[in-house]
Design a protein around this ligand. Structure first.
Ligand code: MG
Length: 351
């Protein structure tokens, strides 16, 4: 499947990107003795107690309904650290800018990053700025990296998991933690980010009702950890819910059953997806999390989620099971179908 040049699909978060990462990046960079190493391909890595994450953003357009590249960059990195159960400590920001880019737009992006950092209660403490000649790239690319650490909330959460699952011995919330019976929760409506961007970009007009959900979720996540019982969380960005669930299923060697009628989705997103022939389960989100939780704590976690504006539409959408492998979707009409990992994102360049 990998051809001799890079295509957009190689950055689209699905099977084609995974193969590029495994065949080239992991092949050459793997081999560290990190606690959560590169090979785990988790939301972030852990070495000597430090959670580390790097994230680049090439969204088109830079300003979109509900957010901009700056808000996206900060939220994406904060969320990837937080879903490991860690508390973000600090971020970096690196800009690669095309010659001719308006300084007023640059400042708008910086201000948006600052505002998002204030919401997440983190600082950007180092960075880099490079300019390339006109035509060398498109306008502006931002990389944000970040570090995080263990927190009392994570210890509390893991102690709660162990009450119900004696065999749980993970120190972090990683993709391989999910076990038979875990409930799967989604924190809100899916597909908003990708569909808002696509619609705005192509002029379909859905963006009047659908805005990007881009948000830093670390403070809400901290509250959820304090409730406890969570085995793993994941932000279903590129590749959407379908990709995230398949990663869990593969790495935890467990089946996942999802009930379609439980999945929260806005009417506008549903109609846009129907019109465009896109599966909303494959569309990227930037302000949602999937949560796997021991069944005894699922209702408590759900109740806490619904107290937050970013979790008010949360639902339990399924469960992990030993009965089969892979991800199966029970459809609205009662049939069952395999939900495969997407080949790529149906909506490119959204993050
Ligand atoms: Mg992630």
């Amino acid at each position: 499947m990998i051809e001799d040049t890079i295509t957009l699909a190689h950055g689209a978060g699905g099977v084609i990107m995974q193969k590029l990462i495994k065949d080239y990046i992991v092949k050459h960079f793997g081999g560290s003795n990190a606690e959560v190493p590169l090979e785990a391909l988790d939301d972030a890595s852990v070495i000597e107690g430090i959670v580390l994450k790097s994230d680049s953003h090439t969204v088109k357009p830079l300003f979109f309904p509900g957010g901009d590249i700056g808000r996206l960059a900060v939220s994406g990195t904060v969320n990837d650290i937080a879903v490991m159960g860690a508390e973000p400590i600090a971020l970096t920001s690196a800009f690669i800018i095309e010659e001719g880019f308006p300084i007023s737009d640059f400042e708008k992006i910086i201000k948006s990053m600052k505002a998002t950092c204030e919401e997440a209660e983190v600082y950007i403490i180092t960075g880099d700025t490079k300019v390339m000649e006109k035509g060398a790239l498109e306008k502006l690319v931002v990389n944000t990296s970040g570090i995080g650490k263990r927190s009392e909330a994570l210890e509390k959460n893991i102690a709660e998991v162990k009450k119900y699952r004696k065999s749980f011995n993970s120190r972090w919330l990683v993709d391989s933690n999910i076990s038979d019976g875990d409930k799967i929760i989604v924190s809100g409506t899916i597909g908003d980010h990708g569909i808002a961007l696509l619609s705005y970009r192509e002029g379909y007009g859905f963006e009047s009702e659908i805005k990007s959900d881009v948000n830093p979720l670390n403070k809400m996540i901290k509250k959820l950890l304090e409730v406890g019982g969570i085995t793993k969380m994941k932000d279903p960005t590129r590749g959407g819910v379908a990709n995230a669930l398949n990663e869990w299923s593969e790495k935890s060697k467990i089946g996942i059953l999802i009930h379609e009628d439980k999945i929260p989705i806005k009417e506008g997103v549903k109609s846009a997806c129907e019109m465009l022939g896109i599966d909303p389960l494959e569309v990227g989100n930037e302000g949602k999390i999937l949560i796997a939780v021991v069944p005894e704590k699922a209702e408590d976690v759900l109740e806490e989620l619904r107290r937050h504006p970013q979790g008010k539409d949360a639902e339990i959408i399924g469960e992990a099971t030993k009965k089969f492998n892979g991800v199966i979707l029970e459809t609205n009409i009662g049939g069952k179908r395999v939900l495969p990992p997407p080949l790529g994102d149906p909506v490119p360049r959204i993050c």
